[in-house]
Design a protein around this ligand. Sequence first.
Ligand SMILES: Nc1ncnc2c1ncn2[C@@H]1O[C@H](COP(=O)(O)OP(=O)(O)O)[C@@H](O)[C@H]1O
Ligand SMILES: [Mg+2]
Length: 272
Amino acid sequence: MTGTELTGAGTDTVLSLRGICKSFGAVAALTDIELDVAAGEVVAVVGDNGAGKSTLVKVLSGVYTPDAGKIFFHQEEVSLGSPALARAIGIATVFQDLALCENLDVKANLFLGQELRPWMLDDVAMEKRSWELLRQLSAKIPTLSVPVAALSGGQRQTVAIARSLLSEPKVVLLDEPTAALGVAQTAEVLNLVERLRHNGLGVVMISHNMEDVRAVADRVAVLRLGRNNGVYDAGEVSSEEIIAAITGATDNVVSRRAAGRLTSPRAEKEEL
Ligand SMILES: Nc1ncnc2c1ncn2[C@@H]1O[C@H](COP(=O)(O)OP(=O)(O)O)[C@@H](O)[C@H]1O
Ligand SMILES: [Mg+2]
């Protein structure tokens, strides 16, 4: 297998990270991170507490500027700078806390925090756009005028994901989208993830839950202590293998494999 196949970098690659490093004082939260996400692909990013998952989301969403490394969007190097800029480039993020306003209704939440566009002053246009966003997700929200406080956890996640689609992104980052949800609501959210893939978006899903990962991921990227610890084809890897990579039980094996893998994408970096 070539390095290209292993990292997934190909013509339909939307987002690529090469050599991303981010430290907080003496803590190296991310070291030499490589990641590729293609259109219509769900990449799960898994790892133990402190592995660097949230830091990675914040780098990808423009909250943190990496200390080193490059981010490519459609093969072009980009500097994300801020969440607004990342969104404008085509990377939208649903943060773990969702940041919804409980007292506001669904429609108000869909447009919350987005750059004002002229048509947003038009209530009818906003209503139309709201339904469009929800339809893209085949979402089951009966009315736009109910306060978010009255919605279930799954419906809130739906609103947060629908909101992320307002900027018409090519990549959506989901940080632990099912962490607080029960079985039925988790299934509902995983359906949304399938919809995003079906609509041709690249999806990066941070998760702790092996069942969720197995249910929707095409590839699984393991972070351990802020470093890549294997990228697996979800159809070919067992949950045990993923867990072993998360906990470090296979560190020796994986680092030998990773050493082989990392040489090719590095060489490729020059060509990107
Ligand atoms: N703002 C911060 N200041 C200092 N250290 C941080 C900060 N954010 C994260 N860290 C540290 O970086 C490492 C990775 O954290 P994080 O990205 O939150 O991991 P995860 O989301 O996988 O649990 C941890 O050691 C954490 O303590
Ligand atoms: Mg985290």
